[in-house]
Structure formats: structure tokens, C-alpha cells
Design a protein around this ligand. Structure first.
Ligand SMILES: [Cu+2]
Length: 146
């Protein structure tokens, strides 16, 4: 291949990676040993892939201070869902056979990172929580698709 052609190909690769970057809603959430997410509001553009990266900046094990990101469908009763989720330790703290969840990450402990990609649901406001027992009271927020 001629040098000029190589340059052109490199340019195309560069261009497509720039475009891809704009097509993704890149969301980074931090959580800690004090049962907190660092955000209570996430806003994404509709019809664009969402990438959620969840960090756990603490040191405690997932068994005592586990965190996940659970996006609930509209009109789900958060308290009712979380109370059932608390008994689903064998299923990543998601009630078995639940149809209330749009998407969720694995449960992580201190020092761990996890991520998930999905297409956002229709325009609207949704709840997100951590479904580790008792955490939803503090670890919850709104996920807005606009
Ligand atoms: Cu948690």
C-alpha cells in the first residue's frame, strides 16, 4: 500500500472513532464504603447507546458493601422492589423472574469496576438504585432519557 493510502486509512479510522464517541452516552458513576453513589441524576440522549461504568472506590468486600447499578422500568415501586431484591442474594440481588428491570450490572466490592452497555428505553424518567440490602434508601437516583 502506498504511504498516501495508509494515511487515508488512518484518517478514516480516526474519523470513525470520533463519530463513535459521539454516538455513545458515556456515564461514569462512583460508589464508596459509605453507601453512596456520586450522582443522583443521570441524563442521556435517546436512541444512543449508553455505557455505564460503575466504580467502587472503597475497600470493603462485595459481601458487606456490595454495589450494583439497577435501572428499573417506569412505575416500579422502588421500595417494594428493593425489599424483594434483598432476599435474592443468589441472583445478584435481583428478584428471580422479575420483569421490572431494564438492565443491571454485577455486584462489585471495593476496588472493583464494572460496566454495561445498552440502548436507552423510551424518553422519560426512570429510577436507578443499588439493590444490595438496605442500600436503596441512599443509593438511588433518576435516570432521564431526553
Ligand atoms: Cu450498594
Amino acid at each position: 500500500m502506498k504511504f498516501k493510502n495508509i494515511l487515508f486509512v488512518l484518517f478514516l479510522i480516526f474519523l470513525s472513532s470520533c463519530l463513535n464517541e459521539n454516538e455513545v452516552n458515556n456515564i461514569i458513576i462512583s460508589s464508596d464504603d459509605y453507601m453512596r453513589f456520586d450522582t443522583r441524576k443521570i441524563t442521556v440522549k435517546s436512541k444512543k447507546l449508553v455505557k455505564i461504568t460503575l466504580n467502587h472506590t472503597g475497600v470493603l468486600d462485595a459481601k458487606v458493601m456490595g454495589h450494583n447499578f439497577v435501572l428499573l422500568k417506569k412505575n416500579v415501586d422502588v421500595m417494594d422492589f428493593a425489599n424483594r431484591a434483598a432476599f435474592a442474594s443468589e441472583n445478584e440481588y435481583i428478584p428471580i423472574d422479575s420483569d421490572e428491570v431494564i438492565v443491571y450490572t454485577e455486584m462489585i466490592g471495593g476496588g472493583q469496576v464494572t460496566s454495561i452497555e445498552f440502548m436507552p428505553p423510551e424518553i422519560g424518567v426512570y429510577d436507578f438504585i443499588c439493590s444490595f440490602p438496605g442500600h436503596y434508601a441512599m443509593m438511588r437516583g433518576k435516570f432521564i432519557v431526553e
